[in-house]
Design a protein around this ligand. Structure first.
Ligand SMILES: Nc1ncnc2c1ncn2[C@@H]1O[C@H](COP(=O)(O)OP(=O)(O)OP(=O)(O)O)[C@@H](O)[C@H]1O
Ligand SMILES: [Mg+2]
Length: 227
């Protein structure tokens, strides 16, 4: 089943006198539970595409469908509820709240949604991500890799259908980056979460089942690995 589709996405940013065409007629569909990487050089439109697919930014034209429903027909409030409940986001910067412990950071989106935390689910996540013994610490007492794993647990706490990750290993060294990447991949499969990973690094993108390569805002290649 297809969970996310985009049709003829265009995004133009006004930039002084000129305009930047960040996306040009981008069309594709993602299968539920798939792991897809978006790659391409700096400025090719990767983050713009991720933001639009995740409902964080509006396209200039074109459509996005989540489970067959057009995303940008929702009003701002409906869209933010959908994002909060069905999507998870992980960015290069971990964006943890410095005054809260690891555990409190993970719980935050659930509490903001006025939901009762599913302690069993969160405990499963923190074990799976190998951070269950670090949860009482503030982010300042955690390594970069541990902070990113807390951020991944936070993004998965609400049991999203789609996890969007933009250069999640960009601030980590090789080993910590590989660990975070393999945990993302493992968590995605274990939980049946559709994973959209943006990375300019081909060795990272190659971990995915499918690679969409952007060049100047257009899909240059769309390959599904034979494995
Ligand atoms: N808010 C904005 N205003 C104006 N131009 C923007 C804005 N956001 C992105 N752009 C431009 O759109 C193009 C695509 O940017 P985008 O951030 O999507 O690239 P990217 O592939 O994620 O690059 P990187 O690998 O450096 O993160 C670039 O030319 C960028 O300068
Ligand atoms: Mg980017």
């Amino acid at each position: 089943m297809q969970i996310l589709q985009c049709e003829n996405l265009n995004k133009t940013y006004a930039s002084g006198e000129s305009a930047v065409h960040a996306l040009n007629n981008v069309t594709f569909a993602l299968e539920q539970g798939a792991f897809c990487a978006v790659t391409g050089p700096s400025g090719s439109g990767k983050s713009t595409l991720l933001h639009i697919l995740g409902g964080l930014e509006y396209p200039t034209s074109g459509k996005v469908f989540y489970q067959g429903e057009e995303l940008f027909k929702y009003n701002d409030n409906q869209l933010s509820i959908l994002r909060r409940r069905r999507f998870g986001f992980v960015f290069q910067a971990y964006n943890l709240v410095e005054e809260l412990t690891g555990y409190e950071n993970i719980l935050l989106p659930v509490l903001l949604d006025k939901k009762k935390p599913d302690e069993k689910h969160i405990s499963m996540l923190t074990k799976l991500l190998g951070i269950d013994d670090r949860l009482s610490h503030l982010p300042s007492a955690l390594s970069g890799g541990q902070q990113q794993r807390v951020a991944i647990a936070r993004a998965l706490a609400n049991k999203p259908a789609v996890l969007f990750a933009d250069e999640p290993t960009g601030n980590l060294d090789g080993k910590a980056g590989r660990e975070v990447l393999s945990l993302l991949k493992y968590a995605g499969k274990e939980l049946g979460v559709t994973l959209v990973l943006v990375s300019h690094d081909l060795s990272v993108a190659e971990q995915a089942e499918r690679i969409i390569a952007l060049e100047d805002g257009s899909i240059e290649r769309d390959t599904t690995a034979a494995r």
